[in-house]
Ligand binder design. Structure first.
Ligand SMILES: Cc1cc2nc3c(=O)[nH]c(=O)nc-3n(C[C@H](O)[C@H](O)[C@H](O)COP(=O)(O)OP(=O)(O)OC[C@H]3O[C@@H](n4cnc5c(N)ncnc54)[C@H](O)[C@@H]3O)c2cc1C
Length: 320
């Protein structure tokens, strides 16, 4: 096998895993299709030492640090299909080439489903429409917030948003009824509730300025929090991995999925999502992979482990 591990996905999870495996002298191919989930965000926040770093710069630094480890190869290519062959796996790339490895780490993230049913949502995503207040709440604090609650069980999340602004209105878009207990909590917290069906988000200069309702009414708002549904990538869907009740790939503490030899880390495994969390999960899965591979090799009786050459230079600074 030319590679010990093919890592699919070069976001925080994949980059972190590649770093750990490179330092553990494993031969790694990191493939990335170049469609990061946070591409629309101007900066990454809440990643200690990287707070305020643009997502592209974060990835550039990650790749630069991998260059110190000759066992790690990075390719900008989409993995179109993955199949088991012999003791390992073969990845077929979108450019028609293939590569084989003993193990696979899926770090492909998830897809946010930005519905076109609400015009403006897609355009304003990551600019005025956000999912995570920990990521972007500081930047928009004390502005006029709206929160589009996806269902009755999420209505109270509007109270939590008052940590960033005291001017919060919860929206149901007429999709469901709100019970009296939730109404009472919103009222006590000073959070508004508007149950009219939404027609569109109104923007000026690329920023949200108002919500327009189906009845023709408007509400001035500068920030919308929303929780779009998420979907696994096609590659993951085709692998038939066991998912949890919320549709995330089920993994154990070391990132092992229900399919032997296939590991997963990052957003595709959990609804608790963040760049730092994904990077940590990537490290954890890499440790699991390295342990398995090293023990397997040592017990195989192969006296000449195929290791990448020692690094010709010490890891440098961040370059950032
Ligand atoms: C608008 C927005 C802003 C955000 N802001 C923040 C923030 O400020 N702070 C924070 O901590 N978190 C933030 N997040 C969350 C954060 O982006 C994610 O938690 C994090 O990127 C997850 O990392 P990951 O490595 O699991 O996946 P991703 O970063 O999504 O990376 C997955 C990579 O896999 C690649 N890929 C997918 N399929 C294939 C394939 N078949 N072949 C090859 N490559 C493939 C994709 O192109 C992508 O590059 C934000 C999210 C969004 C949507």
């Amino acid at each position: 096998m030319p590679y010990d591990v093919i890592i699919i996905g070069g976001g925080p999870a994949g980059l972190s895993a590649a770093l750990v495996l490179g330092r553990a002298r494993k031969r790694v191919l990191l493939c990335d299709a170049g469609e990061p989930r946070n591409a629309r965000a101007e900066q990454i926040h809440t990643f200690v030492t990287r707070d305020g770093t643009p997502p592209a710069e974060f990835r550039r630094i990650g790749r630069e640090q991998l260059r110190a480890y000759p066992g790690v190869e990075v390719r900008d290519v989409r993995v179109a299909a993955l199949s088991r062959e012999g003791d390992g796996f073969v990845a077929a790339f979108a450019d028609g080439t293939r590569a084989a490895a003993r193990r696979v780490l899926l770090a492909v993230g998830v897809r946010d489903i930005l519905s076109d049913d609400l015009p403006g949502l897609r355009e304003l995503w990551g600019r005025s429409v956000f999912q995570c207040p920990y990521c972007h709440g500081w930047e928009v604090q004390d502005r006029r917030f709206a929160y589009l609650s996806p269902g009755p069980e999420w209505v109270r999340w509007g109270v939590f948003l008052t940590g960033w602004s005291r001017d919060v209105v919860v929206l149901t878009s007429g999709a469901y009824a709100v019970d009296d207990a939730a109404r009472d909590e919103l009222r006590r917290a000073g959070v508004g509730l508007d149950e009219r069906p939404l027609r569109r988000l109104v923007a000026e200069g690329g920023e949200l300025v108002a919500l327009e309702f189906a009845d023709g009414g408007t509400l001035a708002r500068e920030v919308l929090f929303a929780r779009p549904a998420q979907q696994q990538t096609e590659l993951v869907q085709r692998l038939g991995l066991e998912l949890d009740e919320h549709g995330f790939v089920r993994v154990d503490a070391l990132g092992r999925t229900s399919v032997a030899g296939v590991f997963a880390a990052g957003d595709l495994t959990t609804p608790v999502q963040g760049a730092l969390l994904a990077a940590a999960a990537g490290m954890q899965a890499a440790a699991g992979l390295n342990h398995e591979l090293t023990v397997e090799h040592a017990l195989s009786g192969d006296a000449a482990p195929a290791r990448p050459p020692a690094a010709s230079r010490a890891p440098g600074g961040t370059g950032g």
